[in-house]
Design a protein around this ligand. Structure first.
Ligand code: PRP
Length: 207
């Protein structure tokens, strides 16, 4: 699996703000918005473009636009905090939604919402979720997309644990990963270490 770590000073400063336990919800959401812009910018490098003629005030010249804007799929809840900034950078995109909650004991995802186009053949998809921990949630989400014919999935996450990367790699699904960091590992509650805590709770408060 192709993995890109966005090791950019501006991305790393936002990640540091998100890691800091003293960062409040408003500042955490703001850092996530800005970091998402950078992750989407990097993920979008490989999107296909088409060329057309544009008239400047002076002369005609060649311009470009996206040939096939990706479907954006935030994984609820935590991925919601990435949705607005991804859509701001890709205003032609449409958005689907997958709702998953990880069981506290088995760590396996429980699906509670699914709103996706029926046919995703020939359509790139950007999946948005801040955390790749065991990989169960993102594997489940990407399988839903592949079942609809998708062959081009980019997963955008803030943090990835090696176990989650391995799981996605072994899944055989057609995906790439763009992340701001590969962290050390998981603790006994399957939280990413050092991580940033629970990205859903830190944005929206505990349930
Ligand atoms: C978190 C996170 C991922 C998932 C990662 O969501 O946002 O979706 O866990 O864990 P995994 O890789 O082990 O599956 P959570 O289930 O806590 O739900 P939330 O977004 O509603 O807080």
């Amino acid at each position: 699996m192709d993995v890109l770590v966005v090791d950019h000073p501006l991305a790393q400063s936002r990640l540091t703000a998100m890691r800091d336990a003293r960062t409040d919800s408003a500042a955490f959401r703001a850092a996530l918005h800005e970091l998402t812009t950078m992750l989407v910018y990097e993920a979008a490098r490989s999107l296909e473009i088409e060329r057309f003629t544009v008239e400047t005030p002076v002369a005609p010249t060649e311009g470009t636009r996206l040939a096939n804007p990706p479907l954006l799929v935030p994984v609820l809840r935590a991925g919601l905090g990435m949705a607005d900034s991804a859509l701001a950078l890709l205003p032609e995109s449409s958005m689907g939604f997958v709702g998953l909650a990880r069981d506290e004991h088995t760590f396996e995802p429980r699906a509670y919402m699914e709103s996706l186009p029926a046919d995703l053949a020939d359509r790139p998809v950007f999946v948005l979720d801040p955390m790749l921990a065991t990989g169960g949630s993102l594997e489940h989400c990407c399988r839903l997309l592949a079942d609809r014919g998708c062959t081009d999935i980019v997963v955008l996450c803030v943090l990835a644990a090696p176990a989650g990367i391995d799981r996605l790699d072994r899944s055989g699904l057609p995906l790439r990963l763009v992340t701001a960091s590969i962290d050390e590992g998981l603790n006994d509650k399957a939280f990413i270490v050092p991580g940033l805590g629970d990205a859903g709770d830190r944005q929206f408060g505990g349930m």
